[in-house]
Design a protein around this ligand. Structure first.
Ligand SMILES: Cc1ncc(C[n+]2csc(CCOP(=O)(O)OP(=O)(O)O)c2C)c(N)n1
Ligand SMILES: [Mg+2]
Length: 771
């Protein structure tokens, strides 16, 4: 870590004011100055910015070094842009296009903003937690010799106090404790206001206790230096303030000095008289809101005092909307200054009209050199970090051999083969799983590559020579990060691992496994990982009612639909293991390709007969979303369209029906997601005069225009039924549209209409209605 330099508090205070104004003015400009062609409210959060301008000033112009990575609370985004504007790394045009098309984003975005944004934020809680996992990735890279000591940094999250209600923060806290994470600063802008209301008083000090019990140092920055001195001098005032409800504090902050005086006089009587006499109303209003989070000296001292690697929670007390006309007002979350108020703020800051955007407007000539010196010496990254791609050698991945195989077991074998084969890809793979490592077939890989723990952990069972298939010693060279059962943490871990090339210049190849139904448990975190363009392979298994005896609580139904609507994530659902091998190879390639994405493999425990292949022609189609497993005849009137583990039923039905229905085809769909994307893209391209048909159009145009399709999948039938819309063919959708239950496969497939009888009936119905 960098040594702290001695602060220039006056200059820092001037920067704080300037940033508070610039963030407010950026929002004001977007709402009240810029032309609005559609009359839509633009919005923005002046109050949320104002409450942490001092905090961010102290960080960016004093505490942070070039290796530190920060997640800024979503509504503080304009402050981050204002900081980069002053540093010369953000343009005026971008500020003036806040929330406009192509302009700076509402909430910090790693991919869309032009300034360096280490972690996107927006869905509260996730930006906080991901920093803990990023710190774990830094430790991983260091231990694996992929990151030099001098490149290491600290992971800082700037948090709204209401954000602390998000449960995912505590899941991450627990996991972080288990993994002994360090170098994290989580800094709460404790303005005690959320969107709707003032925060619950009962939570006072509870957060500190929760964090302390997980090994965190907690630092309470309640009073600024001046208010701190006053409460030390007047114990009655301190006792009164300590008990003052959040709502009362907020209301008086809004009302100002006279209100404070009346209330203190009423509550403290003669115990408050001396204190009140010493201050006029204006001074009183200022003094009572001199909280730790607004006092530069307090902040700088606190940051300087925590230069070790102990994870630290700073609770910085603030006033929401500090310095703005609606400071402390309970409705100020989306409050916007009206033009009169914004102009008054400008005038009060000594900024002349038209000069609002001059970077250091309002700072007197005498102070300018010191402020400029602060800007010059800020040590933060000004340019976006380069992304790292294209360095991984991806070997050909061979399918495991065997006549009858399940995709889940084959996944485990492929991982084992990769491990045994060694090489660049295998060394970059990091696997992780929320307590389902064994049951998702990663055990053999872990036996080979070991668990990752910064501090060595012996396998007690192995040492005692107790027989077990799992040999789970942990060292700092291990390549599997074992997580507790919190699926949100899995996705945040994958997000952090999948950003390693972006954050640390060293791309890892993350592979995460979980049960398919529990994707929903961490869905927002998965979306968050994709939103930031983190790259990983997600292997979800087992899936569907094909899980049989395990029952309805574990049988997934809708994940293919989730995947169909999830940008940045490609869904593949193989039926055969040679498809799986090709898909894994493709997924690894996509992780390391600038234009790639993450992949979701939906696998099954069902062992099925593998198909004989005459050649490799199926492969390109399988990777593009589907291929004819049994070619249709010219202008065929019907086809079976099947996906994944129910392929044996489709093949059996094909064999039975094709004698009576010459020309019947069997289309194996490997990715509804890719087919749909290609279809949409081809249509959009057609509007621009490009006439290439999409893959799915090419596939389905082999059939007669009015042909019937029986679609079959162990998932929500809508995963495939949309195929009827491509050319206008008729569809009989078979699939699972109610909760599953225990049973053997033949009973379940019969009850849920996934069997040969259902296919035959559906085809018959289609052909009858056609005639
Ligand atoms: C997951 C999620 N739920 C709801 C919201 C909507 N929202 C945005 S900010 C906010 C309140 C934030 O209050 P706080 O964290 O205290 O921030 P500050 O007071 O600093 O604005 C809410 C509910 C969101 N962004 N993300
Ligand atoms: Mg708040």
């Amino acid at each position: 870590m960098l040594k702290p330099v001695s602060p220039d508090l006056d200059a820092l205070n001037l920067l704080d004011q300037r940033l508070r104004f610039l963030s407010a003015w950026t929002i004001h400009h977007a709402n009240h100055v810029r032309d609005s062609s559609d009359g839509l409210k633009v919005g923005g959060h002046q109050a949320s910015c104002a409450s942490m301008s001092a905090l961010m000033t102290a960080l960016y112009f004093h505490a942070l070094g070039p290796n530190d990575r920060v997640a800024v609370k979503p509504h503080g985004g304009p402050l981050l842009h204002a900081i980069h504007y002053l540093l010369g790394s953000q343009s005026l045009e971008q500020l003036q296009n806040f929330r406009g098309f192509g302009g700076m984003q509402s909430y910090p975005s790693r991919t869309k903003d032009r300034i360096p944004v280490d972690f996107s934020t927006g869905s509260v809680g996730l930006g906080v937690a991901v920093t803990a996992f990023a710190s774990l990735v830094q430790d991983y890279l260091t231990a694996h010799g992929k990151m030099a000591e001098e490149d290491r940094g600290r992971f800082v999250a700037l948090i709204g106090d209401a954000e602390l209600d998000e449960g995912n923060i505590y899941e991450a806290l627990i996991e972080g404790y288990k993994h002994d994470i360090r170098n994290c600063w989580w800094i709460v802008d404790y303005n005690r206001q959320s969107l709707d209301a003032t925060s619950a008083d009962r939570m006072f000090e509870r957060f500190d206790e929760i964090f302390a019990s997980c090994g965190w140092r907690t630092v309470e920055l309640r009073y600024g230096k001046k208010l701190g001195a006053a409460v030390a001098q007047y114990p009655a005032l301190k006792a009164w303030l300590d008990e003052l409800p959040n709502a009362d504090f907020a209301a008086m902050s809004f009302q100002g000095g006279a209100a404070w005086r009346a209330r203190i006089a009423a509550d403290l009587g003669k115990d408050g008289a001396a204190f009140l006499q010493a201050h006029d109303d204006e001074a009183l209003g200022t003094l009572m809101t001199d909280l730790g989070g607004h006092c530069m000296e307090t902040l700088v001292e606190a940051f300087d005092a925590c230069q070790d690697d102990v994870p630290t929670l700073f609770v910085a007390w603030t006033v929401k909307g500090f310095g703005l006309p609606f400071a402390g007002h309970k409705d100020n979350h989306s409050g916007l200054m009206n033009p009169t108020q914004a102009h008054a703020m400008r005038d009060a800051m000594g900024i002349s009209e038209g000069d609002e955007w001059s970077p250091l407007a309002g700072i007197g000539a005498n102070a300018l050199p010191a402020v400029q010196a602060l800007l010059d010496r800020s040590r933060i990254q000004r340019a976006k970090r380069e992304r790292s791609f294209g360095r991984i050698e991806i070997p050909h991945i061979a399918a495991p051999t065997g006549d009858e195989q399940a995709t889940q077991a084959a996944f485990g074998k492929i991982m084992l083969d990769l491990s045994r084969g060694g090489g660049n890809l295998a060394d970059r793979i990091v696997t992780t799983s929320p307590d389902v490592t064994v049951s998702t077939n990663l055990g053999a890989w872990v036996n080979q590559r070991g668990l990752f723990k910064r501090r060595e952990m012996k396998d007690v069972f192995a040492a005692a020579k107790i027989a077990s298939a799992q040999k789970w010693a942990a060292t700092n060279k291990g390549q599997h990060i074992e997580l507790g059962i919190a699926e949100s943490n899995l996705f945040l871990m994958l997000a952090a691992l999948g950003l390693s090339g972006d954050l640390f210049g060293e791309r890892l190849v993350p592979v995460g496994t979980l049960y398919d139904p529990f994707i929903a448990r961490g869905l927002d975190s998965l979306n968050y990982a994709c939103y930031q363009d983190a790259r990983f392979l997600l292997v979800a298994t087992p899936s569907g009612i094909t899980l049989g005896p395990e029952g309805g609580a574990h049988q997934s139904i809708n994940p293919p639909l989730i995947a169909l609507g999830q940008p940045g994530l490609r869904h593949y659902e193989p039926a055969f293991v040679d498809e799986l091998a090709a898909m894994m190879e493709e997924a690894f390639r996509l992780i390391d390709d600038p234009a790639g994405e993450s992949t979701y493999l939906r696998l099954s425990t069902r062992s099925i007969a593998q198909v004989e292949r005459a050649d490799d022609k199926w492969k390109a189609g399988a990777l593009a979303g589907g291929y004819w497993l049994r070619e249709p005849g010219p202008n065929a009137e019907a086809a079976i369209v099947a996906m994944g583990a129910v392929m044996p039923e489709a093949l059996a039905a094909y064999d039975e029906l094709s004698a009576d229905l010459p020309g019947l085809g069997l289309l194996a769909v490997t990715s509804p997601d890719l087919l749909h994307r290609g279809w949409s893209a081809a249509q959009a391209a057609r509007w621009q005069g490009k006439r290439e048909p999409s893959h799915v159009e090419s596939l389905l145009s082999r059939l007669a225009p009015g042909a019937g399709l029986v679609t079959l999948c162990d998932a929500a039938p809508a995963s495939l039924s949309w195929l009827g819309g491509v050319i206008g063919q008729r569809v009989a959708p078979l699939g699972v549209d109610r909760f599953g239950q225990t049973g053997n496969l033949s009973d379940l497939y019969a009850a849920y209409r996934l069997d040969g009888d259902a296919i035959t009936q559906a085809i018959a119905e289609l052909l009858i209605t056609a005639s």
